[in-house]
Design a protein around this ligand. Structure first.
Ligand code: NI
Length: 156
């Protein structure tokens, strides 16, 4: 298990547009494995490569059903809207109310480069949209319509 340093709000790397992955090698597999360890250790539901300082289009998500890795993810379908609070491991101590689609479909590649498509609703849809935003240098704070601290009653 290897943990990587999570970059925090204000660091330039979080604002960069990530590059597509073209080489599916051991180095990529190591990055994915470290990202999953880092996400779990920090109790997160998702993590994008720029959050560990790597500007590549790699995200991992785990909403409690096991980790999934998505390489070069693209949202191909959006349906509905849900406004809820979310947070980010790169923005500790703050939650924000953000509008996200209720359902999405995402086309991506697995760690070997094979195409895959996944569907997500509710929390999974929110996590997928949040992580894909990271690859464009977009943070939830850019989209939030209201902010609260972690001890707020509103989060219950
Ligand atoms: Ni985030």
């Amino acid at each position: 298990m290897a943990l990587r340093n999570i970059r925090e709000y204000g660091e330039e790397v979080l604002r960069k547009k990530s590059r597509r992955v073209t080489v599916f090698n051991e180095r990529l597999h190591m990055l994915i494995s470290d990202m999953i360890d880092t996400m779990k250790d920090a109790d997160g539901v998702g993590l994008a490569a720029p959050q560990v300082g790597i500007v590549k289009r790699v995200i991992v998500v785990d909403i409690g059903e096991g980790p999934i890795e998505l390489i070069n993810p693209e949202i191909t379908y959006r349906e509905g809207e849900e406004i809820k609070f979310e947070g980010c491991l790169s923005v500790p101590g703050l939650f924000g109310e953000v509008s996200r689609p209720k359902k999405v479909k995402v086309k991506a590649q697995d760690k070997w480069g094979n195409l895959k498509e996944i569907e997500g609703e509710d929390l999974l849809a929110r996590a997928l949209c949040h992580e894909v935003d990271h690859l464009e240098g977009i943070l939830f704070v850019d989209k939030a319509i209201k902010f609260v601290k972690p001890d707020s009653e509103e989060l219950r």
